[in-house]
Design a protein around this ligand. Structure first.
Ligand code: HEC
Ligand code: HEC
Ligand code: HEC
Ligand code: HEC
Ligand code: HEC
Ligand code: HEC
Ligand code: HEC
Ligand code: HEC
Ligand code: HEC
Length: 419
């Protein structure tokens, strides 16, 4: 028996050991006989920011995969001799060629990841960065500035410089560096504005990866300022209805003709803030009055839309306050809470419909919302009446109970005295 237990124990130990070594191998899978790695490690001549778990090292592509040379020789002279393909440290365009050697080769890449895109070099060439590099400006971003050279990870890896939460930092490195960007005629405040914007707060503070990082508006490899007509489409990839309403509105055509930048004109780009109802109308914080003056029909439209929205907001708020009050006294009316929800939903739709710049279309929604708010108020009133009625009933009952109790008290007293 003892022997049986002993052998089961040994088998378990062996399995754990095998699993552990397999895990160990997963951690550093690059070729243990790679002389480039061996010598550089021995001489402590590893490049800066080197990570053993770099995706290329993991896949056994190693130093020679990028730098060229003969990785089987432990003699530096032989390893880097002429004809070995050794290219040394690449700069500027040579970096694009280095990465492109594999990343533009569909057949090669397919062996590793069947679905990986192989158009980065092509896209990059069309980007603002790529175009300037082609003209000899080596200060623009190359593949290695955004991805690093020796600690490259896929975008889904939180250690990656292109992981969505890290991208603003990656672009910030150059674009917020006044000294570095001094010779260019562009602002260096994109990051500072972005972190305070509704998108920046959502991504960086709330970690909502549905909010755009720099690359979602500028493209991964096509980093360009979005063109005037394409910008609405970029915002529209997420804000589908706003884009659909706006692009069909009369104003969209006029914007295009007047060289106005669609969504950006009213919301900005890097500093986009939470919106509010006074942005439409004729008040001080309205965007409409920036372009429309009193007497224009558009000015009147703005005022009408604002009135409709505020009307619904007021009704919705009263209904909501009443609902809260009813919930506080421990009653809960499903009909009422559904009506309040419906009113709220109409209000949100009406706000999106502002982008039609058509007061009648907004009014259709706000009227629907008002109906629901009224219904909710009516349900609420019924509920309160019932509460009052119950309270009244309770009061009467208590009154009579008290009388009975008092009578009883005197009766008992009487009986005691009699005894
Ligand atoms: C016998 C040791 C040894 C081997 C083998 C070796 N290297 Fe090096 N490598 C060095 C040392 C030492 C330096 C830094 C001093 C110098 O520039 O020679 C260096 C420098 C480099 C540099 C920077 C070159 C520059 O011009 O600044 C690169 C890139 C490089 N090695 C890549 C490789 C690659 C790729 C391989 C394999 C094909 C390799 N090394 C094999 C020792 C080695
Ligand atoms: C994915 C491609 C890639 C791989 C793999 C790679 N390198 Fe590099 N290496 C580069 C690029 C690109 C540069 C230029 C860096 C820059 O300009 O930011 C560079 C620069 C260097 C430099 C000089 C600058 C520095 O950071 O010190 C050395 C030395 C170097 N590499 C050695 C190595 C060694 C050793 C290995 C293997 C352990 C290796 N590289 C693997 C792409 C690569
Ligand atoms: C020797 C060929 C080769 C070279 C040169 C090379 N790569 Fe790669 N790279 C690969 C392969 C293969 C993969 C895919 C590994 C996998 O996921 O299976 C990869 C993966 C990547 C990934 C992760 C892709 C993902 O989302 O899964 C990035 C990013 C990347 N490489 C960037 C670069 C950059 C930047 C350079 C130049 C500095 C470069 N590569 C040079 C072969 C190469
Ligand atoms: C301006 C920064 C920037 C530059 C320059 C850049 N990349 Fe990228 N790269 C990104 C971003 C951002 C992503 C995608 C992140 C995501 O998918 O969310 C990405 C994704 C990738 C991927 C993953 C597969 C894919 O296409 O989605 C590869 C491979 C890659 N880049 C290679 C390259 C190569 C090769 C170059 C040079 C020709 C390059 N990158 C230049 C920022 C950059
Ligand atoms: C290595 C530094 C560096 C990095 C990293 C970098 N850029 Fe750039 N970028 C530049 C330089 C330099 C220019 C050229 C400015 C000019 O000529 O006006 C530029 C130009 C641009 C432009 C065009 C600006 C214009 O003039 O209209 C955009 C857009 C842009 N970058 C976006 C990005 C985004 C998005 C990222 C991150 C994914 C990024 N950049 C990362 C250096 C960098
Ligand atoms: C919500 C979309 C969006 C996001 C997110 C975004 N941008 Fe922009 N960016 C734009 C628009 C729109 C423009 C202006 C294009 C125009 O007016 O021609 C612009 C312009 C730029 C320019 C040109 C110079 C300027 O300021 O006008 C640079 C550089 C730039 N962005 C970098 C960045 C960086 C870096 C980030 C991340 C920190 C970022 N952008 C995030 C939409 C965005
Ligand atoms: C990748 C998707 C995406 C893109 C692209 C995008 N947004 Fe957003 N946007 C969001 C998300 C998600 C939120 C909600 C953030 C939050 O508050 O949690 C948001 C919020 C907003 C808000 C605030 C809404 C409110 O309730 O007050 C405005 C305004 C806005 N975006 C405008 C724009 C404009 C203009 C563009 C183009 C320049 C744009 N967005 C591009 C995803 C996106
Ligand atoms: C950046 C400037 C700009 C802003 C901001 C702006 N508009 Fe306009 N709007 C125009 C231009 C240009 C036209 C076309 C010329 C015209 O009719 O005045 C126009 C046309 C209109 C029209 C159609 C004109 C008509 O006579 O029927 C309406 C309605 C309208 N705007 C409503 C609004 C509302 C509501 C707002 C605020 C939410 C607003 N606009 C904000 C520039 C702007
Ligand atoms: C003429 C000015 C103007 C233009 C152009 C404009 N908006 Fe708006 N936007 C507004 C106003 C005003 C509000 C506030 C409505 C409210 O809360 O009552 C708003 C609200 C929003 C909201 C929050 C409400 C909602 O629908 O969820 C988003 C998101 C938004 N806009 C996105 C966009 C996008 C995307 C574009 C471009 C396709 C765009 N806007 C173009 C004026 C504009």
């Amino acid at each position: 028996m003892k022997r049986l237990i002993m052998s089961i124990f040994c088998i378990h130990l062996a399995i754990i050991f095998m699993a552990a070594t397999a895990l160990g191998q997963e951690k550093s899978r690059f070729d243990k006989n790679d002389q480039c790695v061996i010598c550089h490690k021995d001489l402590e001549a590893m490049p800066e920011n080197f990570e053993e778990s770099d995706i290329h090292m993991q896949k056994g592509l190693s130093c020679a995969g990028c730098h060229g040379g003969d990785s089987t020789s432990d003699d530096e002279e032989v390893a880097k001799r002429k004809g070995s393909g050794f290219i040394g440290v690449p700069k500027g365009k040579a970096i694009i060629e280095m990465c492109g050697k594999c990343h533009s080769d569909i057949a090669f890449m397919r062996q590793y990841q069947p679905r990986i895109a192989t158009d980065q070099v092509q896209q990059y060439a069309k980007s603002f960065h790529g175009q300037k590099l082609a003209k000899g400006d080596t200060k623009v971003a190359t593949c290695a500035s955004c991805h690093m050279a020796h600690s490259i990870f896929p975008a889904i890896d939180p250690r990656s410089t292109i992981y969505s939460l890290n991208i603003p930092e990656t672009c910030h490195k150059c674009h917020s560096d006044e000294e570095y960007m001094k010779e260019y005629n562009i602002p260096t405040n994109q990051y500072d504005k972005y972190v305070k914007s509704v998108h920046g707060i959502a991504l960086l503070e709330k970690q909502d990866t549905g909010a755009p990082a720099c690359n979602d508006c500028h493209g991964n490899h096509g980093a360009m300022p979005p063109g005037i007509s394409s910008i609405g489409h970029i915002c529209g990839t997420c804000h589908v209805n706003n884009q659909a309403y706006f692009s069909k509105s009369k104003m969209a055509i006029e914007f295009e003709e007047a060289d106005l930048h669609a969504c950006e004109e009213c919301h900005g780009n890097h500093e986009i803030q939470k919106t509010h109802d006074d942005m439409v109308g004729t008040g001080e914080t309205s965007t409409c009055v920036e372009c429309h003056d009193e007497g224009e029909s558009a000015y009147e439209t703005a005022e009408k839309i604002h009135t409709e929205l505020i009307g619904l907001v007021t009704a919705f708020n009263s209904a909501n306050v009443l609902l809260k009050k009813i919930e506080r006294v421990g009653m809960d009316d499903l009909d009422m809470s559904y009506a309040v929800k419906d009113a709220k939903q109409r209000l949100l739709s009406a706000r999106t419909l502002v982008h039609t710049f058509d007061a009648d279309r907004v009014k259709v929604k706000t009227d629907e919302g008002l109906e629901f708010a009224k219904k909710a108020l009516a349900f609420g009133k019924e509920e309160l009446d019932e509460l009052d009625f119950r309270r009244f009933g309770f009061g009467i009952a208590t009154f009579f109970m008290t009388i009975v109790l008092v009578a009883l008290y005197f009766k008992i007293k009487d009986m005691e005295r009699d005894e």
